[in-house]
Design a binder for this molecule. Structure first.
Ligand SMILES: Nc1ncnc2c1ncn2[C@@H]1O[C@H](COP(=O)(O)OP(=O)(O)O)[C@@H](O)[C@H]1O
Ligand SMILES: [Mg+2]
Length: 370
């Protein structure tokens, strides 16, 4: 089985940048912080997140479990619930109708209503929890479609629903089915079709293929890409599986301990990831369409957000850590093809400092082995 659309990484770095460069900005996230206020303390699950998304772009967000991906996605869609709260930052949405940009983070629930479904929609991991189990699929589609465009007749809405289902490879006669009558993979595809019902500009997807088998995963990705090419919506696609993102994304942000530690085009992250965490994550998953290579897990566990180490949060697990990595948090800085928060690549240290740090790390290693 092959993807109908060429995997993004077959495009070169400059092709991706050229294509995105022509596209206007859709979403501009600046300094976004999200905290969980718990009895044990304040957990900052998203820390100073900056992201830019162009119209029609597929942005992947990868990281191990507990790195803050779902928290970020929920914050972008203003779906977070207590004890989560956005404590700082802006989520500036640029409407495609040319009206003024608006900061979604500052809107009230009622002000947000016109954005839901028609501008921004969401696909969660568990379709069964998102679809209503006691309402036939067709009715769930027509409800959404007609609520947002009351001028449509029931028949128009049904035709549109049939078209959406067919687009994700489900026969239109399943509109009369209840969700439980569909397989898990079909439910997930139906949910993706439903998210497209009001022709949104942005679809937020949280691990939409994690609960299905590998063959179904490929079919779903294939259909998402085909629908995206036809309808032109942008996607933020969250998953722990970096290999998958390398195939479908234009750009990718890597999260660790609530921060973005590296971002760049899929082509650059595929060929020359800079952050040791990104490289470790790459080694941890089998590639979707390249020869199978030896996999290696990442030793150790993700950091406890209530008890972060003083320097880089990845330093305790990092094979390339230098003394400074345990003392100071590296800044997420611009690098030639994206951004990196690693002293080895972000330009924060001078050449001399870097080589001193590397030799200190080497002598420590030799000391450890003696
Ligand atoms: N309901 C919650 N209450 C308290 N802390 C939470 C809650 N949900 C998530 N967190 C904290 O946020 C961190 C990131 O969680 P999450 O965004 O779900 O990560 P991911 O999606 O990358 O697995 C968790 O490690 C945990 O510390
Ligand atoms: Mg998650």
């Amino acid at each position: 089985m092959t993807l109908t659309t060429a995997p993004a990484f077959l495009e070169t770095e400059s092709e991706i940048i050229g294509r995105l460069g022509k596209s206007p900005t859709l979403l501009d996230v600046r300094g976004l912080c999200v905290d969980y206020v718990t009895e044990a303390g304040n957990i900052r699950a998203c820390d100073d997140i900056d992201l830019t998304l162009k119209r029609g772009e597929i942005l992947g967000v990868a990281g191990e479990s507990a790195s803050g991906k779902s928290t970020l996605l929920n914050a972008l869609g203003r779906l977070q619930r207590m004890p989560a709260a956005t404590s700082a930052g802006e989520i500036v949405f640029h409407p495609t109708d040319g009206t003024d940009p608006v900061d979604l983070a500052a809107l009230s629930e009622s002000e947000l209503a016109p954005y839901r479904w028609t501008k921004i929609s969401v696909v969660m991991q568990s379709a069964m929890a998102s679809l209503n189990p006691v309402i036939r699929l067709g009715e769930q589609f027509t409800d959404v479609i007609r609520t947002h465009d009351p001028r449509l007749t029931e028949q128009d809405a049904r035709d549109q629903a049939a078209d959406l289902l067919t687009m994700v490879g489900i026969s239109a006669d399943r509109l009369t089915a209840f969700p439980f009558q569909l397989s898990g993979g079909m439910q997930q595809r139906a949910l993706i079709a439903l998210s497209l019902a009001c022709d949104p500009d942005l679809v937020l997807m949280d691990e939409p293929t994690t609960a299905v088998d590998v063959v179904m995963q490929r079919q779903i990705l294939d259909q998402v890409l085909a629908a995206q090419q036809r309808l032109g919506f942008a996607v933020v696609f969250v998953t722990h599986d970096l290999s998958l993102l390398l195939e479908i994304s234009d750009r990718i942000a890597i999260m660790y301990g609530g921060k973005i530690v590296e971002n760049g085009t899929a082509a650059r992250l595929h060929g020359s990831a800079k952050h040791p965490y990104t490289r470790a994550l790459r080694q941890a998953f089998p590639p979707l369409s390249e020869p199978v290579r030896r996999l290696s897990g990442i030793a150790g566990s993700p950091p406890d957000l209530l008890d972060l180490p003083p320097g880089c949060a990845f330093a305790p697990r990092c094979g390339s850590a230098m003394p400074i990595c345990h003392q100071r948090i590296p800044e997420l800085r611009d690098i030639p093809q994206g951004r990196s928060a690693c002293f080895l690549s972000n330009g924060e240290l001078s050449e001399t400092e870097l080589s001193e740090q590397k030799s200190a790390a080497d002598s420590q290693d030799q000391g450890d082995h003696r």
